[in-house]
Design a protein around this ligand. Sequence first.
Ligand SMILES: Nc1ncnc2c1ncn2[C@@H]1O[C@H](COP(=O)(O)OP(=O)(O)OP(=O)(O)O)[C@@H](O)[C@H]1O
Ligand SMILES: [Mg+2]
Length: 450
Amino acid sequence: MSFESLELHPAFKGFFTEQNFKKPTEVQRKTIPLLLARKSVVAVSETGSGKTLAYALPLFHALKIDEEKHGTNNLKGTPRAMVLAPTRELANQIYKVMKGVSHHVKLRVRLLTGGDSHERTKSMAHSSFDILIATPSRVKSAIKNKELSLGHLKIFVMDEADNLFEMGFKKDIEGMLLEADLSLLQLGFFTATMPPVFDAFLTERFPGKKLERVAFEAASRPQVRIDTYNVRVEPEEKNKIVRTFLEKEAKGRGIIFTNQKNQADEVFKYLKEKMPALKVKVLHGDMEADERDEALKTFIDKKAQVLVSTDVAARGIDIEDLAWVVNYGLPKSAIYYLHRCGRVGRGGRHGVVYNLVASHDGKMITEINQAIQAQTHLPLQMIPDAKLNQQARDRAKAHAAERVEKKVAKIAQRDRRARITDADVPQRGKKTVRPARRGAGRTVKPVRRK
Ligand SMILES: Nc1ncnc2c1ncn2[C@@H]1O[C@H](COP(=O)(O)OP(=O)(O)OP(=O)(O)O)[C@@H](O)[C@H]1O
Ligand SMILES: [Mg+2]
């Protein structure tokens, strides 16, 4: 199937030529006709399969046709379509994709995310535009402050939909939609993972809506193009292993995922100190909005080789030349495992994932295996033949040998001193001697046998 056969508005032609996209991806082939037919859709397809354009293209098409029929939307602060994303980073990325399309299709796109200046929201209230890309908390406050109205919303898309529900935005989202006419609203829910509990919520929350479900067998599984190495390591060795990895093994650019914000800072500091020549950036939710933007932009612009990040970069982020992902700590859920790993192996490319697995991670490995079951190409066992595994084992062996050597030397020294002091201590009766713990050899405490 070609893009032409989707019968999209002719204005898209320039976009496809510019992007050099030859044909739609599978999720685009399945969902675009449904969305063009004004159906509401729940689409679950693997990471990197092209979901963004799967909703963006029909959204632009519908609004363009609408504009041609009814004229330009001149209402202030009143978008006709809205896309919600869980993080400012992802909202930013979607905004860029949308701007790329709007350059050809000529519709107005705005961005609204947490951490943006209030001036930006205020100015939104005084301008008219067609599409809003946003994070939920900021939409909520903008509606409350009467800077935004969803009264004329026709299309509502949730990207990483399960994550938006999981993050506790269910109520906010329900609140946002109060203003909109649900019977006229077209809905789109997109993700690579849709746990049954959230799917059930959709049916319950939108009872009058017929939701078309598009799911692929390969969704909720890691990409086939990813090689995985599980590196057995004790927690205190992780920094050193990461350093060795970066010095000796890493090819190309990658992300190191940590489970905590302070851990991300620590790893970042360690790398800065031990590898001053390495171009590394850190990203987590405790940073200021502009610091977050700067860190990710530097990385996307290829001005840094490594990004140390929490899960803020785990979902949706699309970086073309990303070669590897390191899970410094295994994520706390199999779903996040999939999303983190899905930053590589996108669009048919090859990627590598390194999991630093501590002894207490056995349970998590089992859970991940269960959650991504049926996949055969990527069993998460402790892979013994990974190069790094070998390095870790060699290092552990060397440490053990060193420890034994030290112990032997200590015992020999103690024995020698004991012998000397034994000889020096006048033997009285049946008294025996043993060196005192500290300063053995200098003072010898006679021990009386009972
Ligand atoms: N038809 C196409 N042909 C070639 N490349 C495409 C096509 N559609 C999208 N892409 C590219 O594929 C990459 C992945 O797309 P996208 O980010 O939309 O994936 P996704 O399914 O949303 O992934 P995730 O689940 O991680 O969010 C992007 O770089 C995009 O430009
Ligand atoms: Mg996406």
